[in-house]
Design a protein around this ligand. Structure first.
Ligand code: NAD
Ligand code: ZN
Length: 358
């Protein structure tokens, strides 16, 4: 078992390893000691893993399961209210603890519910997608979507513990696994050249689900995210580097109405665009851009979405992170090192965007 400490207030551990679900109950009980555990999970993940998680408590403490429908559409205020009503119905009180068992959708929703139920009860994150293990479960951000946009309502609520079991990734659809790898490549590209080299070297093993290789890159990626958020708990300057590939990525997601691309895939395309922008802005050496593009494509296929350039550029300007309607770009000046630029010429943005749409 690998352990990464997240140095936030309060601090907590991320455990990474094979078959951790079997010992989850014992570890959680020892750390939290709640009088009841409320497992929030999706139908798909619950069917696969809820029994194993419940069994790991060996009947010492009551465990209730709250199942919610799969998918991003479930991450809404009405579902949040339903989850909270379920907590109350099962007799949850301030000594209860929520366990989020699922992907980022479950982590965000269950984390939010825990943060507001009786003004806040503990949450343990058990992320079951690669994306959630390296990103969503760490840093304490919770959210639900509004009709007006994604993640518009949320809280900060740090988990007591994060358990990333590499074995659960064996049942993850291949496309979801690939999408997670793009975020791992991102972590290497912005802050850890050794992780980036591992992603270059181990593509075949990782795509085949080799657990030792997975544990290695997940641990390194978690360290990058943990270090960045710890240095910058509330979204100021440093945290922005995590948005490498996300400026164009978010625009592509918005231009496709969040229907065609998985988030990680949009980030993959966004990193390719950011590499080109970096070269044209005189920030990124050609050789660095070539490595980023080749490594990203090794985790493809990465189909270019069929959208108009106009819709991408409009989405770029509307992005909530853009200020004065000039988008901010995280660019690489080397593998593992970033520069943030607000003055990228429109023509450079356009030509890079053109290369990632059909
Ligand atoms: N809080 C944060 O800091 C943060 C960061 C990044 C993303 N997010 C959020 O995370 C969400 C995306 O998360 P995601 O990519 O994990 O998607 P997801 O939660 O929708 O999961 C993807 C799919 O995989 C299935 N699944 C999950 N684990 C499985 C397993 N082990 N075996 C088989 N199937 C499995 C799920 O049922 C779902 O259908 C978005 O809502 C995004 O906003 C939050
Ligand atoms: Zn992302």
């Amino acid at each position: 078992v690998k352990t990464v400490r997240v140095q936030l207030q309060p601090s907590y551990d991320v455990l990474i390893g094979k078959g951790l679900l079997a010992s989850a109950g014992r570890r959680i009980e020892r750390l939290v000691g709640a009088s009841r555990y409320l497992v929030v999970t999706s139908r798909t993940v619950g069917k696969l893993y809820a029994d194993q998680l419940i069994a790991s408590f060996e009947g010492r403490t009551p465990v209730s399961v709250i199942g919610i429908p799969d998918g991003e559409r479930a991450k809404n205020p009405a579902m949040l209210a339903r989850v909270l009503e379920q907590f109350a119905k099962t007799g949850a009180d301030r000594k209860s603890c929520v366990i989020a068992l699922g992907g980022g959708v479950i982590g965000d929703l269950a984390g939010f519910a825990a943060s507001v139920y009786m003004r806040g009860i503990p949450v343990v994150q058990i992320p079951t997608t690669l994306l959630a293990q390296v990103d969503a479960a760490i840093g304490g951000k919770t959210a639900v979507n509004l009709a007006a946009g994604k993640n518009l309502v949320g809280t900060f609520h740090q988990p007591r513990l994060v358990i990333a079991d590499t074995s659960v990734l064996q049942t993850l659809p291949q496309r979801e696994l690939r999408a997670g790898f793009f975020e791992v490549i991102k972590c290497g590209a912005i802050r850890d050249a050794a992780l980036f080299r591992l992603m270059e070297r181990d593509a075949t093993r990782l795509l085949a689900g080799n657990e030792a290789a997975l544990a290695r890159v997940i641990t390194a990626a978690v360290k990058v995210k943990a270090n960045v958020v710890a240095a910058d708990e509330r979204e100021s300057d440093l945290r922005r580097i995590l948005n490498f590939g996300h400026t164009i990525g978010h625009a592509l997601e918005a231009a496709t109405a969040y229907c065609t691309l998985l988030h990680g895939e949009a980030v993959g395309l966004g990193m390719i665009a950011a590499a080109e922008i970096g070269v044209n802005a005189g920030v990124t050496p050609e050789a660095v851009a070539e490595r980023v593009i080749a490594c990203t494509l090794a985790y493809g296929p990465l189909p270019k979405p069929r959208v108009t350039m106009g819709s991408v550029l409009r989405a770029l300007v509307l992005d909530k992170k853009a200020q004065d309607s000039t988008p901010r770009f995280v660019l690489l000046n080397a593998i593992g090192s970033t520069v943030i630029r607000k003055d990228v010429p429109g023509a450079v943005i356009k030509s890079a965007s053109r290369s990632v749409v059909a």
